[in-house]
Design a protein around this ligand. Structure first.
Ligand code: HEC
Length: 116
């Protein structure tokens, strides 16, 4: 009995320590997402996701810093929407049809793993 109580307390603490952004990232696989990111997104958003690419100097507005609080505060649904629909008036084109649903989840999981 005592062991059970201790275990659940430990579990609760551990859960509490997981940042909400990670906990909310669902089933995506960040490693698979990183591969997709390198192929499709890194040119603009840069190797660390901070928008620190060579392309950035030529783009107005510059590519978003994906590690920024403003981006990380967005829900998965909001990120998914930007990725699929792009952002009109910017270089961010929509990727509708480019990724399977699971790949989108992987990409979002990778974005969640980026921290400033
Ligand atoms: C051609 C350059 C380019 C490529 C390639 C690109 N992006 Fe973007 N991205 C941008 C720009 C520019 C913005 C808009 C910045 C703004 O709104 O000020 C943006 C915005 C975003 C945002 C919104 C961030 C926010 O907080 O609003 C997300 C998420 C994003 N990109 C993810 C991706 C992903 C994932 C890929 C690859 C599948 C990708 N981008 C590929 C240029 C690019």
């Amino acid at each position: 009995m005592r062991i059970t109580v201790n275990l659940s307390l430990t579990l609760l603490c551990a859960l509490g320590m997981i940042p909400i952004s990670l906990a909310a990232s669902g089933k995506g696989n960040p490693e698979a997402g990183q591969k997709l990111y390198r192929e499709s997104c890194q040119n603009c958003h840069g190797p660390t996701g901070k928008g620190d690419s060579d392309m950035a100097a030529y783009l107005t507005p510059p590519p978003a810093n994906l590690t920024a609080k403003a981006t990380q505060a967005k829900t998965d649904v909001q990120l998914r929407k930007v990725i699929l629909e792009g952002r009109p008036g910017t270089a961010m084109t929509g990727y509708e049809g480019a990724f399977e649903e699971a790949q989108l989840a992987d990409l979002i999981a990778y974005i969640r793993s980026l921290t400033s």
